[in-house]
Write a protein that binds this ligand. Structure first.
Ligand SMILES: [Zn+2]
Length: 457
């Protein structure tokens, strides 16, 4: 890892105090634990798989250093541990029986369960990463299924994260591929922030931006090597994912790391896509397909001259709040429907505000278009990189029907207030025609271009 970059990021982070990324760093878990938690007792929390991979070794290292430990809490390895609230409750019951500091050994799901359970017990924790599978290690909040749907539950990020590259390169290939796809999504996420910034909706925070974007191209530049288990490529991937999590702490929002590609993913996740597979469809694989989808949409939009919008004509077709609510209700079903109505209405402009927004679009488009072109990569390029890393690249690869996929272009923007390119396209009255182009003969997603048969490489 680049020590300087991580240290600089830690200075702005609200929760995380220390991050160690290195081959063999698991051997120093006892020292790292002591630096942060003094003489507190430790409890290793893992599932049967991650306990075998690194939990047992963490326990042995802590024992060798004379650290007092509570008997490890180990979830079953089969079926794959699922991020549901019941598992948080089980762990909380166990943690309440002692005051040891959890040492979470695992990846996204295990970490999210421990993150939330530790918070409910008002305890800090240390995380030992076992796969570079998502950017949530250093992010606050836990993605947990509660009351029938996935939601982000409040909780701080871990105090310390330890990522042993020797462990990470031996993780299942699909997990590394998932992390790669989650990181690749920062290309479109950055573009969306540029759009929101240019339209004075959400200003770019230079530090939060830099943590993710300054080295992004280098972090995502070696998908084939990564798939072959190359240690340096892995070091870059995990650094990118950790930095991305730290950026969210610094900016106190996921804006730094999440745009329209994540809205696609959140919608599919909220509707349970791939939930019952074992292992469940990963966050990263959904984000990867979402990123290709959004990059392809950007290509359609960047071809247009939004500097010559006919604002009067767009205003005449603009929906009232009642019409919008009807539109949202017809596009969503419970339990997402109510939240979608609320979020959509919260960002809906009245006709006068729309005119002001579109005047701004008209004035700023030439400069914005140039900056976006520099930030973005083509949908085809992202698809090739994902394929090289071993990720699915189209809806077929994640078990989603083509009609549902197409509808996502219209439905995703409704579920969050976050302003993205989907909102700009909607407000400028070009979303329908751009999506039409993507799916028409010769278009990016057309069945005659081969996009549909290309799934996991
Ligand atoms: Zn993500």
């Amino acid at each position: 890892m680049n020590e300087e970059r991580i240290q600089a990021a830690l200075r702005d982070a609200s929760d995380t105090q220390d991050v160690k990324i290195e081959a063999g760093v698991l051997a120093s878990v006892a020292d790292v634990f002591e630096d942060s938690f003094g003489d507190r007792a430790a409890v290793v929390v893992a599932d049967e798989n991650t306990f075998a991979v690194a939990g047992e070794e963490a326990r042995r290292q802590l024992e060798a250093a004379g650290r007092e430990q509570v008997e490890p809490y180990i979830f079953p390895g089969k079926p794959t541990l699922y991020a549901e609230y019941g598992n948080v409750e089980k762990l909380v019951r166990s943690l309440r029986g002692h005051d040891a500091i959890p040492v979470a050994v695992g990846s996204g799901t295990l970490n999210d369960i421990v993150k939330r359970a530790s918070y409910e017990c008002e305890r800090p924790y240390l995380c030992v990463a076992t796969a570079a599978s998502m950017d949530g290690y250093t992010a606050f909040g836990a993605s947990i299924e509660k009351d029938g749907h996935k939601q982000t539950l409040t909780c701080p990020a871990p105090t310390v994260v330890l990522a042993d590259v020797d462990v990470l390169v031996n993780a299942p290939e699909r997990m590394t591929a998932s992390g790669y796809a989650d990181l690749l999504g920062k290309v479109t996420a950055g573009a969306d922030w540029m759009v929101a910034d240019a339209l004075e909706i959400e200003e770019i925070h230079p530090a939060g931006w830099s943590l993710v974007q300054d080295h992004l191209r280098a972090w995502i530049g070696n998908p084939a090597e990564l798939r072959e288990g190359d240690g340096e490529a892995m070091d870059r991937l995990i650094e990118g994912l950790i930095m991305s999590g730290l950026s969210m702490q610094a900016y106190e929002s996921s804006r730094t790391a999440s745009g329209a590609e994540h809205l696609f993913s959140h919608l599919w996740e909220g509707e349970g896509l791939g939930r019952d597979e074992d292992p469940p469809l990963s966050h990263g694989f959904k984000v990867g397909v979402g990123s290709v989808a959004i990059a392809a949409l950007y290509e359609r939009i960047l071809e247009r001259d939004l500097g010559s919008l006919d604002i009067d004509a767009i205003q005449r077709n603009w929906p009232s709040r009642d019409e919008l609510e009807k539109e949202v209700r017809s596009a969503h079903t419970p339990p997402l429907e109510e939240a979608a109505v609320e979020q959509s209405l919260a960002k809906h402009l009245d006709a006068g505000e729309l005119a002001e927004r579109l005047e701004m679009v008209r004035d700023r488009w030439p400069g914005l278009r140039e900056r976006l072109a520099e930030q973005l990569m083509g949908g085809g390029e992202l698809r090739d990189m994902l394929r090289e890393a071993g990720c699915p690249t189209s809806p077929d690869g994640i078990g989603l029907g083509w009609d549902d996929f197409r509808a996502t272009y219209f439905r995703a923007r409704m579920i969050r207030t976050r302003y993205t390119i989907l909102d700009l396209a909607y407000e400028a009255g070009i979303l329908d025609e751009c999506v039409e182009e993507l799916f028409s003969p010769g278009g990016f997603w057309s069945s005659d271009t081969g996009a549909r048969s290309r799934t996991a490489g």
